[in-house]
Ligand binder design. Structure first.
Ligand SMILES: C[S@@+](CC[C@H](N)C(=O)[O-])C[C@H]1O[C@@H](n2cnc3c(N)ncnc32)[C@H](O)[C@@H]1O
Length: 309
């Protein structure tokens, strides 16, 4: 996504003027470039350029501890903090894909680890208890000490199901029987948002004459893989109005070792398309869709039964 922004650094987006105060001094509108760039470049470029302006022209912000109150209104923050508060022993949190750090800084837990190849915040003044791995998740897990286990994990990195599945499997190797994992973007809102490459998703939507910049990728296939290949895991999918759909994953029982999945088995999922799963645009029953409150309650009830065994 940053490659596109680089290609088009000379292209300036008039819409950007409405979004960022810095743009007034930086942006010079070029009609020539705009004519060449086309509608897609403008829509996609708007998003990329906005990120670029912040990265290039302003010293990234330092993360807070605690985060501003407004952040708690965000669904990820609300769901993760509810889980953390309800799991009294929870003290360690891992977030894959941190970006600006707005979720990470808002989680109320003593120890937080973030993994991000392109952090949009300052790395030189992290709040107490926070550690950032500046790189991708595969490298992070490769260097992680085998003894480390997380209590709560948020997988929100690349919107590509193979990467997210790998993140899940690696997380399971650093989990205990009560670790709770939240995965973002598990229900795309249509066939365009389900395409794994952002630019292709936006191009296809535009070609279909539809508005919007939604992009969830094919992370939904992780749900199929959990259902088919991980009988020791349970999950609920939260679909709550306009809030982003997310899945909560946890271990059904104590003491089931995690089994590796063969590449040939994973390859079979590459043939599955959006319409095979979301027939008529409906989320299938096996996604175990619940309201946010019910999903969290069911997770906690199940984890409590671990204690009584
Ligand atoms: C949707 S943003 C994360 C938002 C963040 N979790 C929050 O709630 O504030 C996704 C981030 O994942 C990062 N990312 C992409 N691929 C990654 C990978 N392989 N490992 C870790 N992070 C990755 C991107 O750079 C991007 O910043």
């Amino acid at each position: 996504m940053y490659a596109l922004a680089n290609q088009s650094t000379s292209v300036v987006y008039a819409l950007t003027l409405n979004y960022h105060p810095l743009s007034k001094s930086i942006v010079t509108y070029s009609r020539d470039c705009e004519e060449k760039s086309g509608e897609l470049m403008r829509l996609h470029g708007l998003k990329m350029r906005f990120e670029g302006l912040i990265r290039e022209n302003r010293r990234p912000k330092a993360l807070n501890d605690p985060a501003p109150e407004a952040a708690s209104l965000h669904w990820s923050v609300r769901r993760i903090n509810t889980l953390v508060k309800s799991l009294p022993a929870a003290s360690t949190y891992l977030e894959i894909g941190v970006q600006h750090g707005s979720t990470l800084e808002s989680i109320k837990i003593p120890f937080k680890w973030g993994v991000e190849p392109h952090p949009l915040f300052r790395l030189d003044s992290l709040p107490a208890g926070m550690r950032i791995f500046h790189g991708n998740s595969d490298d992070f897990f490769q260097t992680l000490n085998g003894n480390v286990a997380f209590d709560v994990v948020f997988l929100d990195g690349l919107h590509d199901w193979r990467q997210t599945y790998r993140d899940l499997v690696n997380t399971l190797n650093h989990s205990h029987s009560k670790t709770v994992i939240l995965i973002d973007d598990v229900v795309p809102n249509d066939q365009y948002s389900a395409l794994p490459i952002e630019r292709e998703a936006l191009e296809a939507r535009l070609a279909a004459g539809l508005p919007g910049l939604e992009w969830h990728g094919d992370v939904y296939k992780v749900i199929l893989a959990i259902r088919d290949l991980h009988p020791n895991l349970d999950f609920r999918v939260i679909e709550n109005g306009a809030d982003n759909p997310q899945a909560i994953i946890w271990q059904k029982d104590v003491g089931h070792p995690h089994a590796e999945t063969k590449e040939s088995v994973l390859q079979e999922y590459s043939h599955i398309a959006y319409h095979d799963v979301f027939v008529g645009g409906e989320t299938p029953p096996y996604f175990n869709v619940r309201s946010e409150d019910s999903a969290i309650e069911e997770v906690l009830t199940s984890l409590r039964t671990h204690e009584s065994r």
